[in-house]
Write a protein that binds this ligand. Structure first.
Ligand code: SF4
Ligand code: SF4
Length: 358
């Protein structure tokens, strides 16, 4: 039997392993025996979603980005935060609905999105509901060997390679998965499963070749460096392109709902008619809705759609750099795929780059 020993002084610890593909079904069965497992599932017509599975046969591991990102398991679209019941003698009480869950097959772009959310909700004031739920989630990542489609630009955003944010990470080497073990939870899982094998020199070489090939396959479609995007947004603040984008936009909010890094929410108190019971509920909101920036007196900070679109782009490619030293776009392309008005992030950035160059 091969196990991992992480005690101090055990120099032979290698946080990597191999999983034969023929053992994947058994691994999923083992996970299902402990808690719920969710993974990418096909909806047909090249549409996928993260959903609970009952066996590995339901997984679609060769998938395009799911309609909604896995943020729905960290920040549910509808979440009760507080509740009260006067008959039971209760004042407002906090409530956090959490469950043990394995998220299987999460791509690197979505892992990057979760890292963004972790930063936001760990910042003060810390969001205890989010952080509590996060502690009950186990993340098993899966590397993309090919780029999704023309909407995606993970190469520009540097999210096409694994950069942490997972417990285990699987890279497809053909007959085997190369497994990177990133956390104690991941180590425990590997040790308990007894399905993993030590890495070989040949597997190390195969992983290095895979990563070399990815350099050729994953090319940014924009003539701009990641670091320069905030300057582009600063310098095009008065561009007429925002007006053109605003005229097309329907203010539906699809783009922010499907975005792995958008986290804005609304809070509503919902008392029963006799006020004997009630709850405070958090729901997803969108900066693209006309009501979002409305304040007392009916004034709105961003009454025009053009201003709301410019704000969305700044929230992805400019403002987070100042506070978190990273951009909040993962290049997943979901917003462009989901937009009924065919507003494409890459095309919009390209137009801004061309205009600024003139
Ligand atoms: S999905 Fe498209 S139309 Fe809808 S708010 Fe976003 S940019 Fe506007
Ligand atoms: S802005 Fe669009 S491409 Fe960027 S992370 Fe959000 S959904 Fe993905």
């Amino acid at each position: 039997m091969w196990t991992i020993d992480v005690r101090p002084g055990k120099e032979n610890f290698v946080p990597q392993a191999l999983l034969r593909k023929s053992n994947l079904a058994e691994l999923i069965t083992l996970l299902l025996g402990r808690q719920k497992v969710v993974g990418p599932v096909s909806l047909g017509n090249d549409q996928f979603r993260f959903a609970e599975i009952n066996s590995s046969a339901e997984l679609s591991l060769d998938y395009l980005p799911t309609i909604l990102p896995p943020k729905k398991y960290f920040l549910p679209p509808h979440e009760m935060l507080l509740h009260y019941d006067i008959a039971a003698g209760q004042q407002m009480q906090a409530l956090a609905e959490v469950e043990e869950l394995v998220l299987f097959g999460v791509h690197t772009c979505d892992l990057a999105g979760i890292q963004c959310l972790n930063m936001i909700f760990s910042d003060r004031p810390r969001d205890l509901h989010y952080l509590l739920r996060k502690n009950h989630l186990t993340l098993i990542g899966l590397e993309c060997n090919d780029c999704c489609d023309h909407h995606a630009n993970c190469a520009l955003l540097h999210t096409h390679l694994p950069k942490g944010g997972y417990d285990l990470f699987l890279s497809d080497l053909g007959a085997d998965y190369f497994v990177d073990i990133a956390t104690h939870k991941g180590e425990q899982l590997v040790a308990a499963a007894q399905l993993f094998e030590p890495v070989t020199a040949a597997a190390q070489d195969a992983l290095a070749t895979l990563r070399r090939n990815k350099k050729e396959r994953f090319k940014s479609t924009l003539p701009m460096r990641y670091e320069d995007l905030p300057y582009l947004l600063e310098e095009t603040v008065d561009s007429a392109i925002w007006q053109q984008v605003g005229e097309k936009c329907l203010s539906c909010g699809n783009c922010t709902n499907v975005c792995p890094t958008c986290y804005c929410f609304d809070m509503v108190d919902e008392p029963q008619l006799d006020l004997s019971k009630g709850q405070r509920v958090r729901t997803w909101d969108s900066c693209q809705h006309e009501t979002f920036a409305k304040v007392a007196g009916g004034e709105s900070f961003r009454a025009e759609r053009a201003a709301r679109q410019r704000h969305r782009f700044n929230r992805k490619f400019n403002y987070p750099m100042a506070r978190y030293r990273r951009l909040f776009c993962t290049g997943c392309g979901r917003c462009s795929r989901a937009c009924m008005a065919a507003i494409d992030v890459q095309e919009t950035l390209k137009a801004l780059i061309e205009e600024r160059g003139r």
